[in-house]
Design a protein around this ligand. Structure first.
Ligand code: ZN
Ligand code: ZN
Length: 401
């Protein structure tokens, strides 16, 4: 049991800067990359897809820009003069992980949430620690080193960039979440290596799970055993669809680093894989607070991008359909006039009028003008200047002449 702070730190066994990233992260990367490339190629060959891509890209950029602006103006930037203890800890963790250009570190008040995240905007990396997490862990503790190391792991592995370019693959059921979980598992290894203290790393996790007051005193080994004791279909499904490894999984893996033994991997319910295949892996709003707000902007932008063209398409199609019905009615009237009078109508007035075949002239809802043509073989064909005729429809551009 690792709880007492007085114990000498236990460095993680078998970790070196060369093996912090788990091999399975590379395997999933290839898989998600192929899925993403397929999607981007599909998008590129369809012109509509390109418009979507530009639209989505714009909103991702806008949302991220707003998040960064929020950080730069509302959060506290850590430096040698501001929270110097935390600044020193961060510099040490950067050095330990071989990060030569330390990202900007910010402390953000986020309504009691215990969390941290890394992000990137226009070539600059950012690490953000929520203020309550800083209070819970302290500025110089191994727990804080673990958290900072974890976030630096995301930056060193370029996960933020990958999140954008591999977004289609990350959305893919099973593969996407599995890749995201591999990120987090790798980054926990970065954290443990940065802290050089497995007990401190585990305590940081227990504070995430049990809160700042009781978290540090919780029995981590007992908590880890929940991974093997609490199984079943829904736990398996939760694991498969989650973008984070479960907390019991993460604590189990960290504890294993203390001894160098292989971590336990309890089997999953096979049926959960089948159901998981239908649940997309798009759950990216895990950060909460400003990250969730940014995701809202992105989601609203996405919905607007999808809804506006789709709505216009439906609207244009229904206008055209209504127009064609009127054309058929007019053409039928011209045909009937010809039958009754053994000659064709010379003007519209012979067919349309209060005492004629059609009482009032129907109007195209898109403002088109009707013309009637007659040929010996096909009879009458009424055509609209906007929509064309039902025999020769114009491709709907939606513009009125
Ligand atoms: Zn993470
Ligand atoms: Zn029309």
């Amino acid at each position: 049991m690792i709880t007492a702070e007085k114990n000498p730190p236990v460095p993680p066994v078998g970790l070196s800067p060369a093996n912090l990233t788990l091999p399975k992260e590379g395997t999933y990367f290839v898989f998600v990359l192929i899925l993403s490339i397929l999607f981007w190629v599909l998008l590129a060959v369809s012109m509509v897809g390109l418009i979507y891509a530009v639209f989505i890209g714009f909103f991702v950029w806008l949302g991220n820009g707003l998040l960064i602006a929020y950080l730069r103006s509302e959060a506290v930037r850590v430096s040698g003069r501001q929270l110097p203890d935390l600044h020193t800890t961060f510099a040490g963790v950067c050095h330990q992980l071989g990060v030569t250009q330390p990202p900007s570190l910010y402390v953000l008040q986020a309504g009691g949430m215990l969390n941290a995240f890394a992000t990137r905007f226009s070539g600059r990396d950012f690490v953000v620690v929520y203020s309550d997490f800083l209070e819970a862990l302290g500025p110089s503790s191994p727990e804080m080193k673990f958290i900072l190391g974890h976030e630096l792991g995301h930056i060193k592995s370029r996960h933020i960039l990958k999140q954008i370019f591999l977004a289609p693959g990350l959305f893919f059921p099973l593969a996407g979440p599995a890749y995201r979980r591999a990120w987090e598992s790798s980054c926990d290894r970065y954290g443990a290596f940065a802290a050089q203290d497995v007990g401190g790393s585990v305590r940081a996790m227990m504070i995430l799970g049990g809160g700042r007051q009781h978290g540090p005193a919780l029995n981590a080994t007992t908590f880890a055993s929940q991974l093997t004791e609490e199984r079943g279909f829904f736990v398996s499904l939760h694991e498969l669809t989650s973008t984070y490894p479960t907390l019991s999984r993460r604590v189990t893996d960290l504890l294993a680093l203390g001894t160098g033994a292989a971590s336990t991997k309890p089997p999953r319910n096979p049926f959960a894989y089948l159901v998981g295949l239908f649940i997309p892996g798009g759950n990216v709003g895990g950060g909460g607070g400003p990250v969730a707000a940014m995701m809202m902007v992105v989601v609203i932008g996405l919905m607007a991008a999808m809804a506006i063209p789709a709505f216009q398409k439906v609207r244009q199609a229904s206008l055209q359909k209504a127009c064609f019905n009127q054309e058929r009615m007019l053409a039928a009237a011209f045909d009937q006039f010809r039958l009754e009078n053994t000659r064709g109508a010379k003007t519209w007035d012979e067919v349309v009028g209060p005492d004629k075949l059609i009482k009032t002239m129907p109007a195209c809802l898109a403002g088109g003008k009707y013309t009637a043509d007659y040929d010996e073989n096909n009879g009458y064909d009424v055509s609209c200047s906007v929509h064309g005729s039902y025999l020769h429809p114009k491709t709907a551009s939606g513009t009125t002449p």
